[in-house]
Design a protein around this ligand. Structure first.
Ligand code: ZN
Length: 409
């Protein structure tokens, strides 16, 4: 079995790894680079499509699946819930049709794709239904960590993997998103601690709380919902969020019909609903429907609105922003992007209080060290990192391979 990283040896985003055995191949992830311009065609990995047996997507983040619209039509192997979330989100996104059909990854259940036996391990990450992957062929064992963390609501999954790791790993491809922060050995804030931070902020705010978080970060949705429950506020979601939460198919994840959840539809989304005839979807999620002028404006302090840029005009017009607060609950690097600059200008214009409440979707250097020590591979290859050179400072048997370089596992 031999392999090469197409992208990710010294980069976060655009992850793509090709694995070859017996003249056949698979791709592990087919991601879009994070800085990819919206309207340009991406650079595709140079893969012989006639011998490509499938594309395995470790988790539903764009930098791991975003090349799919341009890829050859082969089976796409991913978690069933991850697939449902992507299908649910697709109609709301820029027109991007992609093949998503193929077999499901099921936690710890080996699946055969051509000459490859793949065993997925469900992990804790900011994307839902995320897997690390054991890939076996030709008597060799390659372990791909995917993206993971050990401080989220599902940290038990990673604790279990560390306690009972697969043995005899030849190569571990280990993500190192946080390795550029290896100098700072501070414990990451847990998703659980974040809930307490949300509570403090909700209590300290008289008016409406705007929580700017990704609806697909399901752990975060749970933290915000729980903080609402504990402070007597109602979480206000739009139709997109309601549909994503529904797509989890998990009865323990907050839903539009739950107590302390309400649906409110911004104008831009009402237009989308009309244009696409999504009236059944709207009906299904309207049990607790509210309206900005009629409800938010009467008692803004009773609500936490899951905020996105398309809300700006509606909130302004409904005059609900006195004493409000905007919480940035995602990666702080986004604040430097143009669409966030626009939100920042809007926030300043309305004098909203601002704060950041966030924790990373990626394992800390210390958790990466524990993970690598448990798997104890013959060699460890850095991926999904801007600091591959720093790996030797905490891991033994590190071998670096550049993008495009083949090596034997
Ligand atoms: Zn990810």
């Amino acid at each position: 079995m031999r392999t090469r990283i197409h992208r990710g040896a010294a980069e976060i985003g655009g992850s793509c790894v090709e694995v070859e055995a017996s003249g056949q191949r698979i791709l592990i992830d087919a991601g879009l680079p994070l800085n990819h311009p919206a309207d340009a065609s991406p650079i595709l990995p140079d893969v012989a499509s006639d011998s490509l047996c499938g594309i395995v997507i470790s988790h539903p983040h764009l930098d791991h699946y975003g090349l799919l619209p341009w890829m050859p039509s082969v089976p796409v192997v991913m978690g069933a819930t991850a697939r449902r979330i992507l299908l649910a989100a697709a109609p709301f996104m820029r027109k991007m049709s992609m093949n998503l059909s193929g077999p499901d990854l099921i936690d710890r259940k080996p699946i055969q794709i051509g000459p490859f036996c793949i065993t997925p391990f469900l992990v804790d990450h900011s994307a839902y239904d995320a897997y690390a992957l054991l890939i076996e062929a030709d008597g060799k064992r390659l372990f791909y960590s995917g993206d993971f963390r050990a401080h989220g609501r599902k940290h038990g999954l990673v604790d279990k993997l560390i306690a009972h790791p697969p043995s005899d790993i030849d190569t571990l491809l280990l993500e190192g998103t946080t390795m550029s922060r290896a100098g700072q050995r501070t414990e990451p804030v847990s998703e659980h601690d974040l809930e307490e931070e949300f509570i403090s902020r909700f209590l300290a705010t008289k008016g409406l709380v705007l929580a700017h978080a990704s609806a697909q970060n399901i752990d975060r949705m749970v933290s915000i919902y729980r903080a609402c429950q504990r402070t007597g506020r109602t979480l206000v979601i739009d139709l997109y969020t309601a549909i994503i939460l529904e797509a989890t198919g998990n009865p323990r994840i907050p839903q539009s019909h739950w107590d302390r959840v309400a649906l409110c539809v911004p104008k831009a989304q009402r237009i989308q609903i009309k244009r696409n005839g999504w009236f059944d979807e709207l009906d299904r999620h309207s049990r607790h429907r509210i309206f900005p002028g009629r409800h938010l404006a009467k008692a803004p302090g009773n609500y936490v609105l899951l905020f996105r840029g398309l809300w700006m005009r509606d909130l302004e017009q409904a005059e609900v922003l006195a004493g409000a607060c905007l919480i940035h609950s995602q990666w702080e690097g986004y604040l430097r992007e143009p669409r966030f600059k626009e939100i920042e200008a809007w926030r300043e214009r309305h004098g909203l209080h601002f704060c950041q409440i966030h924790t990373s979707g990626h394992a800390s250097p210390e958790d990466l060290r524990r993970f690598a020590a448990a798997l104890s591979p013959e060699t460890l290859v850095p991926i999904h990192t801007i600091a591959p050179e720093s790996f030797t400072s905490i891991f033994p048997r590190v071998v670096r391979h550049a993008d495009g370089e083949w090596w034997e596992v």
